[in-house]
Design a protein around this ligand. Structure first.
Ligand code: ZN
Length: 147
């Protein structure tokens, strides 16, 4: 099995068995994002820790294509419980990878299963699908911080 097939398996697995899907009742910030070109939608809720420095709990509800759904599951797995510095690093790494047209050496420590999305970066029409959940999470965090 080559790398590209393996990555497709990872994406398919997240799509079929999404991690952390389902909105939590308690949250400090919420963001709803829509990818109009594809029809993907996501709502992300974030509860920050008392000191405001880390993500105590993140949850989401989403509908859409396999890329957007898998990306939301991967995002959850990678950032739930992380501090905001780590979230920013992962989020910036993911954005850089998606804007790289696939010419990128992704940092697996920062992205986890997100490295499987590198192939998507070669398809401009699908980049928004992959970025949707990360952008919504970023917005939800900003709202949770009350900025
Ligand atoms: Zn999509």
């Amino acid at each position: 099995m080559n790398l590209s097939n393996m990555y497709q398996e990872v994406i398919l697995d997240h799509y079929k068995s999404p991690r952390g899907k389902g909105l939590q009742e308690t949250f400090g910030g919420e963001a709803h994002h829509v990818n109009t070109t594809c029809g993907d939608e996501i709502t992300v809720r974030v509860q920050l820790s008392e000191d405001g420095n880390s993500i105590k709990k993140i949850s989401y509800a989403s509908t859409g294509c396999s890329i957007s759904q898998a990306s939301a599951s991967i995002m959850f797995e990678q950032i739930d419980g992380k501090n905001l510095t780590d979230f920013n690093k992962s989020s910036e790494e993911f954005l850089a990878m998606m804007q790289s047209k696939g010419k990128f050496e992704p940092n697996e420590d920062l992205l986890g299963d997100g490295v499987s999305m590198i192939g998507v970066a070669q398809y401009p029409a699908r980049i928004k699908c992959a970025l949707l959940s990360w952008m919504a999470a970023k917005d939800a965090i900003i709202r949770a911080k009350g900025e």
